[in-house]
Design a protein around this ligand. Structure first.
Ligand code: SF4
Ligand code: SF4
Ligand code: SF4
Ligand code: FES
Length: 948
């Protein structure tokens, strides 16, 4: 193993198709027009000395180290800012250039403290490298850097330091923050020798606008901006390429190691989802992997009121298997089931559903996608024929109009948001439909053309009103519809949306969005060029979640915005492998590849391969399992990597269901909230400790590679295999690549996928098969997967969850950048400095009416429950709407969410709960009791010491 060194070409790649040939140091080289001479030289292996250039940002031309001579031109231009030209003859190494470069380096070094031997960047410093490259042997102006500003080290950010005395003012950090991240948090303050990098208004990093993405740290050629982990541990010596385990963007990283210690995570430039960028979570928030809360030994207990007892793996597995066998013998084969995890790999998820279908003999398997994107699967399959988004992330670079509905990309999908922001700065138009003023409504150098601040729960009315404008004003792409969609269905649908009751004026009362805004947004989307729709859980987590997905799909077909780059319908999927867990057959009615359990040919194929009869009746969904537990017919559950008690709605109901079971098995990293009700705890492994694949929101299958041994002893797939064998259904995989081979054999859309191919290509987007051996970046080109695109009539039905005198406000929930879902991982990292608690966002008018001041404790009450948290007064939410996150178990926001759910998929209606807010004195009584109960439920008995 070795440290993977990526080549820095100095300037970004040119996308031009026109080629240009020039001569560099006597050798010809052909590159795309627009390429810099520096990059052209690097393409042929000649590294021109440089300091201010790096290929992640546009060239700047400030350091003057990269000078060249060009035949027929005067002077010595900078190669980073000089574009190639046909027939150009370049010299990169002459006596004059050598002398000039030495002079430049002398000036830099005289301004730099020379403590190289004790510097944290020693051996990983471009300034050091360049001193060597230009042959610097002496500095005429002294070495002490005395004139350089030295205001001391800023160590306020938990993950990196800023040491201005080492800064060479190359501006790479400033440009990375602007161009790569799009946050504009840094400037160069002062002039001449007094120039210094300044976060926001010369504030410490922690107080500035910085979002800790780390792009500036990565760009910095010196130790000025440096990871604290490198300062503590030293420079890494080997690296492994793997995939982030947080969100559905699926960033590729080099895990850089020293021995078996992780030194840092560096976003991989060849990563096709992230192109060398990352957010704070993926780059820095990996400390949970070694947090002291991690459970590393299996544990069992008779009753959930008993303390846990640590046991051997052998005992834990045998006990679990005998419990499931006992329960099935007593209550029938359908009395047990399981839940797969969108945090685990495709291979692990596939094995859990296989264990349930072939080992348990039923289809009682479900996944956390139930509570997030199940409507996406239903809606897109119905309209287009495939349960997945239509584009790759690169596609956004070709978009002219971006319509974001119910998503907050800068917090939820930050790396994709940075790419989107770049496109918006370059001229694309922006429409946002969201009850909150999310960051993208107005952020540096970006302002949404339309913000449609709809009332929670009215998505269908709004999207149908957009369609009304397009149809009635004759803005539809009729040719596309005639060629690609079912024309009869379209006509019925068009007559439906054209009805005056769907006009923006008629729906304004329900949606709260002024009609002229809706009309303007519809015209822009229909006529502005390539229109791309991105949506999130603000669409799906509603009683009409599936209807909204279909309304969105209708809109894209109506305008011909489907089937090419720059357009499409793109669900921004939440968890790292939520797409994969759905693909792998985690739903009770679908086998891997979304084939219904009633399809005879499919079931026969699986039966033959798995050697067991399979049930052709759909099994229980998560809510049905909980209801069945309360009815007494469902008694045992195997939950891999999912904290249903905290993440699912109506917490009391969930707790009662879990408490009614006889064997709850939780396989996880920590004693999560659900484990309070568990009888068996099987310690899981982190993404750093396993091999496998994740599938991101673009259907991109990417390798997860083990960088260290699992501290619990097993990768998660191995634990499932042990359990299956103990249950009497043998599995004999030696490594996850064999599981992927089985997936490929049994699933047509994965038929061409193998670890060899993933290692060779880096990643592939499914479908990947004979027809598309290298995958499918953009779907539905030339025709829909289902044949003709299907327009579905989307009647708006107001949710039963209504505001009234008792509960006059609407609560909607979401997440923030630094935290992740139930927070089990991010709460166990330094990210807590940015978010110690969930806060309730409330508009100043609503706060004033209730006598609530910023930071006050308030009681949040709905008809299902109440909780207390502190208020955050902000105009981000409209009057009548309150908002909170759900990252902290002490808040348990889901005690107030209701049992209402999407009509088609049961996805809970998290985004609409009628609530009242009133001042309170602190946490509710139950919250304090819950803390105590949790402590009791987590007791681990002292190991028995054998008598002497
Ligand atoms: S960490 Fe990211 S957001 Fe913060 S200053 Fe650096 S580039 Fe900008
Ligand atoms: S902090 Fe680093 S990247 Fe930024 S100007 Fe200084 S040396 Fe350059
Ligand atoms: S959390 Fe998402 S955006 Fe952030 S690094 Fe991981 S995959 Fe990328
Ligand atoms: S690298 Fe070209 S001027 Fe700095």
């Amino acid at each position: 193993m070795f440290l993977i060194q990526e080549i820095d070409y100095g300037t970004p790649e040119s996308k031009s198709e026109k080629l240009v040939t020039l001569t560099i140091d006597g050798a010809p080289v052909t590159v795309p027009e627009g390429t810099s001479v520096m990059r052209a030289a690097m393409e042929m292996g000649t590294q021109i000395p440089k300091l201010c250039a790096t290929d992640m940002v546009e060239s700047f031309g400030s350091c003057r180290l990269c000078l060249i001579e060009i035949e027929g031109r005067n002077g010595t231009p900078a190669s980073c800012t000089t574009p190639v030209a046909d027939g150009m003859v370049v010299k990169t190494q002459t006596d004059r250039l050598k002398r000039l470069r030495k002079g430049v380096m002398e000036l830099y070094i005289s301004e730099h403290p020379l403590d190289c031997l004790t510097c944290s960047a020693n051996g990983d410093c471009e300034l050091q490298d360049m001193a060597g490259a230009v042959g610097l042997r002496d500095v005429r102006y002294g070495y002490d850097g005395a004139r350089h500003p030295n205001p001391g080290i800023d160590a306020s950010n938990p993950y990196f330091t800023y040491e201005p005395s080492k800064c060479i003012v190359c501006s790479r950090c400033v440009r990375a923050c602007e161009e790569v991240q799009g946050t504009f948090a840094l400037t160069i303050a002062g002039r001449g020798f007094g120039s210094v990098v300044s976060p926001s208004m010369e504030q410490p990093f922690i107080d500035s606008e910085c979002v800790s993405c780390g792009a500036c740290v990565q760009a910095c050629p010196t130790a000025t901006l440096n990871e604290k982990s490198v300062i503590d541990i030293g420079t890494p010596e080997h690296s492994v390429v793997t995939t982030c385990a947080y969100c559905g963007v699926g960033c590729t990283f080099k895990a850089e190691m020293r021995g078996d210690e992780l030194v840092r995570m560096i976003p991989y430039k060849d990563g096709k989802a992230n192109r060398g960028h990352s957010c704070i979570k993926g780059r820095f928030a990996y400390g949970y992997a070694h947090h002291s809360d991690r459970i590393t030994k299996p544990m069992i207990r008779e009753k959930i009121t008993d303390p846990w007892r640590e046991v051997s793996w052998e005992e834990a597995i045998q006990h679990t298997a005998s419990e499931f066998k006992r329960i099935q013998a007593k209550y029938g084969k359908d009395s047990v089931g399981g839940i797969t995890s969108s945090r685990c790999t495709n291979e692990e998820t596939f094995l859990v559903q296989k264990l349930i279908r072939a080992g348990f003999g039923n289809n009682n398997v479900d996944t956390c996608a139930r509570v997030c994107h199940s409507p996406t699967g239903y809606g897109l399959k119905t309209t287009y024929g495939t349960s997945a988004g239509t584009q790759d992330f690169d596609s956004v670079e070709q978009s002219d109009v971006i319509l974001i509905i119910g998503a907050n990309p800068t917090d939820g999908h930050p790396v994709f948001a940075s790419r989107m922001k770049k496109r918006l700065r370059d001229g694309a138009k922006l429409i946002i439909a969201d009850p909150r003023r999310i960051d993208l409504v107005r952020t540096p150098h970006i302002e949404a053309d339309y913000h449609l601040p709809l009332k929670p729960g009215t998505n269908v009315a709004l999207v149908t009103a957009l369609a009304h404008v397009i149809v009635t004003e004759g803005l539809a792409d009729e040719q596309f519809v005639r060629e690609r969609c079912d024309w009869d269905e379209f006509q019925d649908w068009a007559a439906f949306v054209a009805d005056p009751r769907h006009s923006p004026e008629a729906t304004e009362k329900a949606t709260g969005v002024p009609a002229e805004l809706v009309r303007g947004a519809a015209r822009l989307y229909a006529t502005g060029g390539n229109g791309a729709i991105y949506y999130g859980l603000g669409v799906t987590e509603h009683s009409q979640g599936s209807t909204t997905v279909m309304a969105i799909a209708n809109l894209a077909m109506l305008t011909g915005n489907i089937g090419r780059e720059g357009v499409g319908v793109n669900p921004l999927r939440g968890q790292n492998n939520v797409q994969g867990s759905c693909d792998m057959g985690s739903f009770p009615h679908e086998m891997p590849g979304y084939r219904h359990v009633s399809e005879t040919a499919t079931m026969e194929m699986f039966e033959q391969f798995w050697g067991r009869p399979l049930d052709s009746e759909p099994g229980l969904r998560i809510p049905n399992m909980i209801d069945a537990a309360l009815d007494g017919s469902f008694k045992g559950i195997y939950i891999q990597g999912e904290d249903i008690l905290q993440s699912d709605p109506n917490t009391q109901h969930m707790a009662a269901g879990l408490a009614a079971m006889e064997c709850v098995v939780v396989q996880d990293l920590f004693l999560v909230e659900t484990a309070n009700y568990a009888h068996v705890f099987l310690p899981g492994s982190t993404f750093l400790e396993k091999n496998g694949t994740f599938t991101n929101a673009e259907r991109r299958i990417q390798r997860v590679r083990k960088v260290m041994a699992p501290i619990n002893g097993y990768e998660d797939w191995e634990i499932t295999q042990l359990l299956s064998n103990a249950l009497g259904y043998p599995m004999h995989y030696d490594n996850p690549s064999q599981i992927m081979d089985e997936i490929a054999r049994l699933t047509p859309t994965f038929a061409g996928v193998s670890y060899e191919k993933l290692d060779e290509l880096g990643s592939v987007q499914w479908p990947c098969n004979e027809a598309a051996p290298e995958g499918t970046p953009v779907m539905h080109i030339g025709g829909f997967v289902r044949g003709k695109g299907k327009f579905v009539i989307t009647e708006y039905v107001a949710t039963d969850e209504k505001t009234g005198p008792r509960f006059p406000l609407l609560l909607t929930t979401g997440r923030i950048l630094t935290q992740y879902n139930v927070g089990a991982q991010t709460r166990r990292t330094a990210n807590v400095v940015w978010h110690e608690e969930d806060r309730l966002e409330i508009h100043p008018h609503d706060a004033e009416n209730r006598g609530v001041r910023d930071g006050d404790w308030v009681k949040l009450q709905s008809r299902t429950g109440e909780t207390s948290l502190r208020a955050l007064i902000t105009e981000r939410v409209a009057p009548g709407v309150v908002y909170t996150t759900f990252h902290h178990p002490s808040t348990q926001v889901n005690v107030v969410t209701t049992e209402f759910s999407d009509w088609a998929t049961n996805c809970p209606e998290y985004k609409v709960t009628a609530v009242q807010v009133m001042p309170s004195n602190g946490p509710s009584e139950w919250q304090e009791e819950y803390e105590e109960l949790s402590k009791a439920a987590r007791r681990i008995a002292e190991p028995l010491v054998a008598a002497e």
